[in-house]
Design a protein around this ligand. Structure first.
Ligand code: ZN
Length: 105
């Protein structure tokens, strides 16, 4: 008799949820930056680019972290997370590299 079924560790699911929220937040901030960049495209300064590059770096690392937790593959073309079993990106159709940084033993 089992009162509780063995399940996925809650901590992993929790981390994935946190990472998902982080990605969502960074994406919305990044989108705002893109809008601002479009308005001021003619007067871009180096500082603005550095700010956006930093956000992109944060977003990419957050997405990679999320994908790792979910065992997904990030498309190198559009940064969409795809199930590891997929050969092509579901968003842009680009072939997905199987040679991701996560070690598949
Ligand atoms: Zn893609």
């Amino acid at each position: 008799m089992q009162d509780k079924e063995p399940n996925c560790p809650d901590s992993i699911r929790k981390n994935a949820t946190l990472a998902e929220a982080e990605v969502f937040e960074l994406e919305s901030v990044l989108n705002q930056c893109y809008c601002a960049l479009g308005k001021h495209i003619c007067e871009i300064s180096g500082s603005r680019i550095a700010e956006i590059n930093a956000l992109v770096d944060n977003l990419v690392s957050a997405k990679l972290k999320l994908a790792e937790l979910r065992e997904e593959v990030i498309c190198s073309g559009c940064l969409t997370a795809n199930p590891a079993s997929h050969l092509f990106c579901g968003k842009c159709g680009r072939p997905l590299d199987s040679e991701t940084n996560g070690g598949t033993t």
